[in-house]
Design a binder for this molecule. Structure first.
Ligand code: GLA
Ligand code: ZN
Length: 678
């Protein structure tokens, strides 16, 4: 929860007054008020301004900004400004500069540029956080802390190398254990001294970003790098917490961002926040999945939509405008999936440098008579009218889809069996199968309790962490349904194969033995031939990417391969285990198959879709105090009619009673409040 008792969905975003003369600030607050903006994220990139040298701090400008905002009814999400170090720091203390994957020492420039193991960075970043906390701890405008900005990237400098060795000592204790975990008998890698270990880069183990000779070393470096950045966050967090124990602390995440293990990060955050930047051609189901993932990081707790663009980005190759209504629609999509704030990057468009063509609430023309401003102001007014109705409501889901960063890293480090296997894409295929039927999904981590779920889906569960197979077995024994796919149960936590037959630790749960794995060329397909009709599934479907060649060891064969020398071998199996079932899908099927399968296993568990909708119309729900808020979001550019079946309620936005069939304009939506969606 962001701040118990917030009066409404806070609305606003990144505001960079330091880029403007003071006379613009008055005009800013006039415009913000017109747009019903009540939160501004300030001080994100002002370290150089705040601290001109080692010992001087200038916060007067910030005092003035925060006071002015507060006097005009606007709260602040206060950033610590540590996402880009000052130039003087780089010149005087070069340890703050990163070394890249190619081994090049960077010079001052850009942002998100500090080495996470730099003693200088680790000294000055928490120090400025401390100064800010001291200065603003009693300011009534302070609503939430925003540590740094979009932590990310990776460093290969000598300080990182030394810290990596310490991290490894902590993890493995002895070199003997490390040699065993990394399988260093391969290619003569036995280490006799910790100092012999170097970061895995293009100078050492790698032949390209995704090609490493030693998967376990690269995997550990990814973990170490995520932990190193997290330690930087933690240093600032501790300084802020010490002085403002009651103010929630966050840092803005980036959805399916590969380098950071966000499940681990979220444990150190009071509230999750994230920046949502879909491209015009990003499927809306991908955006929905990312929202659900961000909500899943803290077991379903609402999150902050920290950034989205009101109109366009600047960093994509083709930065198309959000069409009329789409910004509003996507804002509510975020809310439908658990957002309790709606915020933009940024409030006023920069005059210079790389973000001058990034959309903003206030455009270069400088006044309110623009399409973007009008749409922003209308949304602001609408969110004000909603008051606190939706705040802190939950998203109920009976389906959990597992997402695990370690597994992601391990799969994509893998040399073989195919370069085309992309973890997030496979997860999304399963997500979409439920999404397309309006069956709510939680994205869950390996630590998430499974008890509340009827179905647990773990696409490509390549790495099985200690205890996880047992956790799944317990879940299924008690009546849960589990589904996993090809290339699962292969390795342990350090990427060592579990010997004795795939899928390793999952073998008895699934009742199968995978003997071989075939990789298909792009465009090559096999067929899934159903043995009999199963729910909506019958006949044949295509599959591609990888094909496991498997034998049943007790599992019922639901479908077999249609082609190649393994024609007739099982491709889909279902194993009864305790009171539940465990499914295995041995290849990557076409969407129609997955939709049918998802529908069938959901129906088996009596999980009903929220609503039947035409294609491109999404239904999602939040609940609070016995009330359900059903969101019906029309992602089509044509109006749609939706049959509410036996559902009755009140449309919160139109403020009218609804039942029967309702019209939804192009890019429009309805939020229907009802006591029971059935
Ligand atoms: C990120 C950053 C912002 C800004 C936007 C532009 O999310 O956090 O500072 O650069 O991207 O899309
Ligand atoms: Zn470094």
């Amino acid at each position: 929860m962001i701040n118990p008792g917030l009066p409404k969905i806070f609305y606003g975003g990144d505001y960079n007054p330091e880029q403007w003369e003071k006379k613009v600030w008055d005009e800013d607050v006039r415009l913000f008020k017109l747009a019903n903006i009540d939160i501004a994220t300030v001080n994100v990139f002002s370290w150089a301004l705040n601290q001109p040298d080692e010992t001087t701090y200038n916060f007067e400008w910030l005092d003035e900004v925060i006071d002015k905002l507060y006097q005009n009814g606007i709260f602040v999400c206060l950033a610590t400004s540590t996402a880009a170090h000052p130039a003087w720091m780089a010149t005087r203390y070069p340890d703050v500069l990163r070394v890249d994957f190619e081994g090049r020492k960077r010079k001052f420039g850009s942002r998100h540029n500090s080495c996470p193991n730099s003693p200088t960075y680790r000294k000055y970043a928490p120090l400025i956080a401390q100064k800010l906390a001291e200065r603003y701890k009693n300011h009534p405008a302070l609503l939430v802390w925003h540590v740094s900005n979009e932590y990310g990237g990776i460093c290969y400098c000598d300080n990182c190398a030394a810290a990596f060795r310490e991290w490894l000592k902590e993890r493995y204790g002895t070199l003997q254990a490390l040699n065993a975990a990394w399988y260093t008998s391969f290619w003569g890698h036995t280490f006799y001294d910790w100092d012999e270990i170097v970061p895995p880069s293009i100078l050492s183990e790698h032949s390209g970003p995704y090609r490493t000779s030693f998967q376990s070393i690269t995997l550990d470096y990814a973990r170490f790098n995520s932990d190193s950045l997290l330690a930087c966050y933690q240093l600032e967090y501790d300084e802020l917490k010490k002085q403002t124990p009651g103010v929630p602390i966050t840092t803005n995440l980036m959805g399916t961002y590969k380098p950071l293990d966000y499940f681990k990060w979220a444990k150190q955050m009071d509230v999750v926040s994230w920046d949502n930047y879909p491209a015009a051609d990003t499927p809306v189901s991908v955006t929905a999945m990312r929202h659900d993932l961000m909500r899943g990081l803290k077991d379903g707790q609402p999150f902050m939509l920290m950034e989205q663009t009101p109109s366009m980005q600047n960093w994509q190759p083709y930065n198309s405008l959000k069409r009329p209504g789409v910004m509003r629609l996507w804002s509510y999509q975020a809310v439908a999936h658990g957002a309790d704030t709606v915020m933009f990057f940024q409030l006023r468009r920069s005059r210079g440098a790389s973000e001058k063509y990034h959309g903003a609430v206030v455009e270069h023309v400088g006044h309110e008579n623009t399409r973007v401003f009008r749409e922003s102001a209308e949304l602001g007014a609408e969110l004000s009218r909603l008051e606190d109705k939706l705040l802190d409501s939950r998203v109920p889901a009976k389906v959990g889809i597992l997402f695990d960063w370690d597994n992601w890293w391990a799969i994509e480090n893998s040399s073989g069996p195919t370069i085309d296997l992309k973890y997030v894409d496979e997860v999304h295929k399963y997500y979409q199968a439920f999404y397309d039927q309006n069956i709510p999904v939680d994205m869950i981590g390996v630590d998430t309790t499974l008890a509340g779920y009827d179905l647990v889906i773990a696409p490509v569960l390549y790495m099985v962490k200690p205890g996880y197979a047992k956790k799944l077995e317990d879940f299924v024994k008690k009546g849960g349904v589990f589904l996993t796919t090809f290339f699962s149960g292969i390795v342990n936590e350090t990427d060592l194969v579990t010997l004795g037959g795939y899928p390793g630790e999952l073998r008895s749960l699934l009742g199968i033995w995978v003997e071989e794995i075939d990789a298909l060329f792009p465009g090559q397909k096999n067929r899934i031939v159903m043995k009999e009709k199963l729910g909506g599934l019958e006949g044949e479907y295509t599959c591609n990417l990888l094909c496991d060649l498997l034998h049943s060891e007790g599992a019922e064969v639901v479908a077999t391969y249609g082609d190649d020398f393994y024609q007739g071998m099982p491709v889909v199996t279902r194993n009864n285990f305790g009171k539940g079932q465990a499914w295995y899908v041995a290849s990557s099927p076409e969407p129609a198959f997955l939709k049918g399968l998802a529908g069938r296993i959901a129906a088996d568990k009596r999980i009903k879709p929220l609503l039947e909708t035409p294609p491109g119309v999404e239904a999602a729900a939040r609940t609070k105090d016995g009330e359900t808020f059903l969101f019906i979001l029309n992602h089509n550019r044509q109006p749609q009619t939706v049959d509410l079946a036996n559902l009755q309620g009140t449309d919160l936005l139109a403020n009218e009673a609804v039942s029967g069939s309702v019209d939804i304009p192009a890019s429009g939506l309805r939020i229907i409040s009802c006591s029971n969606p059935d």
